[in-house]
Ligand binder design. Structure first.
Ligand code: SAH
Length: 287
């Protein structure tokens, strides 16, 4: 983080351009095993029996990307998720907690059955209402970015703007104590609720509303993840960051970049641009 500003909101000129993200070193990561919550474990007894039985251990970064014998023996969805996580790791994601969360959450349950076969490709897919489920790499990159900057400790309170089908919210529930997610399209909010019901995640709360306003009644958050792109980040969201907290947000229209911001003081924020990205637009109001 090198650009400083005491003005508000942050002008883009105060934001570093290009690939200024800190290069990740192995020392930045500790190998951590995910401890899936009971609800996820229950669900996985049908989809991911080996994982549910606790037999699939984190392969860590070094073990990527060859399919192990154990992965070949996994049922189709679990193998798909394992291969998907390897593809994501091969693109530079090293946070084992995040990779384990990608392995743990069955992505095919978040798309229409006609698209289920493609659910473990590293690609965004349509979820109706002109919206998409984000690309797994992008989901992982955003979560890794805030976790890495926060020193890889478990995030306590996280806000996601743009629930969509609920996939990223489910992944976040595995790496944070408490997750709040807001969606502005009622039909998608209901769909996400339906998709997530089976997981019974006690630490995930879905809200229907305009995420540009955040959730002042729950703020401050130690991480905010915005899953839709605006020309700038709404002021309310800057103000709902905890001091010392992080926000990752796609910014731009034709060309979008992921902007990582730290709140360094009561009236001070610092930002860097991480990389180019592609998101649906952040819109105002609810429908
Ligand atoms: N997090 C999703 C990605 C959803 S796509 C995933 O798991 O893959 C982005 C979502 O942001 C869309 O569903 C869109 O309706 C929603 N969105 C856009 N503007 C919003 C706003 N102001 N408040 C809340 N949600 C918004």
């Amino acid at each position: 983080m090198s650009a400083k500003s005491s003005r508000f909101p942050l002008p883009l000129s105060h934001v570093m351009g290009g690939d200024t993200g800190r290069r990740l070193s192995d020392a930045d990561y500790r190998l951590r095993e995910i401890a899936p919550q009971t609800a996820v474990r229950n669900r996985m007894q049908t989809c991911f029996p080996d994982k549910a039985a606790g037999q699939v251990k984190s392969s860590g970064f070094a073990a990527m990307p060859v399919l192990s014998v154990r992965q070949k023996n996994l049922p189709e969805p679990a193998r798909g998720a394992a291969v998907m996580a390897e593809k994501v790791a091969a693109q530079g994601i090293r946070d084992t907690l995040v990779l384990d969360a990608l392995r743990a959450i069955p992505r095919h349950l978040f798309v229409a059955s006609a698209l289920a076969q493609r659910a473990y490709e590293d690609t965004s897919l349509p979820i109706g209402h002109h919206q998409t489920i984000s690309r797994p790499y992008t989901v992982a990159r955003m979560i890794e970015a805030v976790r890495l900057e926060a020193g890889n400790k478990k995030l306590s309170s996280v806000l996601e703007i743009g629930t969509g089908c609920g996939y990223q919210a489910a992944v976040l529930s595995q790496v944070a104590d408490q997750v709040y997610s807001i969606e502005r399209i009622r039909a998608l909010h209901e769909q996400a609720r339906q998709n997530l019901r089976v997981f019974r995640l006690p630490n995930l709360r879905l809200h229907y509303g305009d995420g540009r306003l955040g959730l002042p009644q729950v703020a401050p958050f130690d991480a905010i993840i915005i899953a839709a792109a605006g020309l700038d980040v709404p002021e309310a969201l800057f103000l709902q960051m905890a001091v010392g907290g992080y926000m990752v947000a796609p910014v731009g229209s034709e060309r979008q970049q992921l902007q990582l911001t730290k709140r360094t003081g009561k009236k001070q924020w610092e930002s860097v641009m991480l990389e180019d990205c592609r998101f649906v637009p952040l819109r105002q109001g609810v429908i």
